[in-house]
Design a protein around this ligand. Structure first.
Ligand code: NDP
Length: 490
């Protein structure tokens, strides 16, 4: 693979100081490319290009229909390059081809969704007391800074870029330094469909430098960030100085509640999918399974039996069901949590180790890991591990299930399994979380808002809410009786 470049003001650029960093295939530890180590100066060039493009109106000034036609062309190109994007995503992030393929399909659908939405009616009119026509229109915010993590290199990018562009904004985008490969292909598509210069800019490099500049720069009007809660807090503080609008999709420690009256095999199946899909590197992962005590032993036995059968391997092997973790650094973080769980007194019911056999020895593979004998105070129950590690807890009744489920600082997602419809809805309504499922786990829709309560974030991606994140709201009052107001006597 050729070395990567950044896309600034319609041109492919190296970092101004020519520095690069290696991009590693997590399945074998090999270097697949080198990415520019963007600097503050590179970031500023991208911000100024986006500002110029916004002020010139080359994007915000064209009709919504024209913008939609660009988005539709992008979607078509994503379909055209689907195989290439799928392979790149697997190489970049490690996820199995099957998962990467779904992400690519979702990415095209997301562009199509926002192409459709932006041409639909919006705004409101009001009946007010004066002879006045009062109305609201939606407008682009301006220059949007978009910062994404490594777990869905393509899809997380698209969840932000598609609505931001649909709304008429210009963007400065930063992929994770760990996974810049698929985002680069996406920007090649932007070039191919002829997005006007300066509308979409991509700067690669460290969060602490490039991301920080985007968050702090006065010419960036809004920041949309997906990543860890700690980084989200830092960004919010940084953005406060210039009073940017902030949208944050952060971490989670989501509960998956299994009642004794649930369809047992369905519950086990979705619980496995909930934690081990994406090797657990999914913000909404069902990383805390809460099981009603009468079926607890049976559930753990069956869950462990099936977890042990998951085929772990390189993402490009069609037989693989679970891939590696994204990086050596992340592998070490996950292993240290497993060690911490042991020290805290929890029992490893299965897994618990790095996999070093045969062709996996140079990759960052971890066994599907299940902890039992846990309590609510343990760090492995409270903190996001972001790997294939799950804790299974026991509850007595509905009230205790809800208490345990809501008992962390997070509030991103949650699931309930029961054949009692009223109970399912009752429990879901008590969950302090933004994304929930009954008798299911994980399905995500471009049409429905995505985001969290509590320390899982602020704002929503996707759906109409996801578009509104990238829009200003303007009140317009038109006087229908044009004569002096007569407030002052002379
Ligand atoms: P990080 O928070 O470490 O990084 C996310 C992005 O922010 C990266 O591009 C990173 O750059 C950048 N960044 C890091 N430091 C700063 C900074 N000081 N200023 C600005 N930007 C910065 O998260 P991870 O990449 O480790 O991703 C995993 C996290 O993302 C998990 O906690 C997960 O829950 C969360 N997530 C949430 C989702 C949601 O929808 N709620 C969806 C997906 C993930 P760099 O390249 O240097 O790392």
């Amino acid at each position: 693979m050729v070395n990567l470049k950044m896309f600034i003001d319609g041109e492919w650029k190296d970092a101004e100081n020519q520095e690069t960093r290696p991009v590693i295939n997590p399945a074998n530890g090999e270097v697949i490319s080198y990415a520019p180590e963007g600097t503050t100066a590179d970031t500023r060039k991208a911000i100024y290009a986006a500002r110029r493009a916004f002020e010139e109106g080359v994007w915000s000034g064209i009709s919504a229909q024209e913008r939609a036609s660009y988005l539709l062309k992008i979607a078509d190109k994503i379909d055209e390059y689907a195989d290439e994007l799928t392979e790149l995503e697997t190489m970049d992030n490690g996820k199995p081809l099957r998962e990467a393929g779904f992400d690519v399909g979702d990415a095209a659908a997301c562009f199509r969704y926002y192409a459709g939405l932006i041409t639909k009616p919006d705004g409101q009119t009001y009946h007010v007391a004066d002879p006045m026509q009062a109305m609201v229109v939606r407008e682009p915010i301006g220059v949007c800074g978009l910062i994404v993590p490594w777990n869905y290199p393509l899809l997380m990018s698209v969840w932000k870029i598609a609505p931001a562009l649909a709304a008429g904004n210009t963007i400065v985008f930063k992929p994770s330094e760990v996974t810049p490969v698929t985002p680069k292909k996406l920007f090649e598509i932007f070039e191919e469909v002829g997005l006007p210069k300066g509308v979409a800019n991509m700067v690669m490099g460290a969060g602490a430098i490039v991301g920080n500049e985007i968050a702090s720069h006065p010419e960036v009007d809004m920041i949309s960030f997906t990543g860890g809660t700690k980084t989200g807090k830092h960004i919010m503080k940084t953005a406060a100085d210039t009073m940017k609008k902030v949208s944050l999709e952060l971490g989670g420690k989501s509960p998956n509640i299994i009642f004794a009256d649930a369809d047992f095999e369905t519950a086990v199946d979705y619980a496995l999918f909930g934690i081990f899909a994406g090797s657990g590197q999914v913000c909404s992962a069902g990383s805390r399974i809460l099981v009603e005590e009468s079926i607890y032993e049976k559930f753990v036995d069956r869950f462990v039996e099936r977890a042990n059968q998951i085929k772990v391997g390189p993402g490009d092997d069609p037989a693989t069901e679970m891939g590696p973790l994204v990086s050596k650094e992340h592998l070490e973080k996950v292993l240290s949590y497993i060690e911490l769980g042991r020290q805290e007194g929890a029992t490893v019911a299965c897994g618990g180790n790095r996999i070093v056999k045969n062709n996996l020895k140079n990759g960052y593979f971890v066994e599907p890991t299940v902890f039992v004998d846990v309590n609510q105070e343990m760090k492995i129950v409270q903190e996001e591990i972001f790997g294939p590690v799950v804790v299974i807890q026991k509850f007595k009744d509905e009230a205790e299930a809800i208490k345990l489920a809501n008992g962390t600082v997070y509030g991103l997602a949650g699931g309930v399994f029961t054949n009692n419809g009223a109970k399912g809805l009752r429990v879901i309504k008590k969950l302090r979380a933004g994304i929930t499922w009954v008798n299911s786990y994980h399905p995500t829709y471009n049409e429905a808002p995505w985001g969290g309560y509590k320390q899982s974030g602020i704002g929503r991606s996707l759906g109409t809410f996801g578009l509104e994140e990238f829009q200003e709201i303007k009140q317009i009052n038109i006087n229908l009786q044009v004569e002096p107001i007569g407030w002052f006597s002379n």
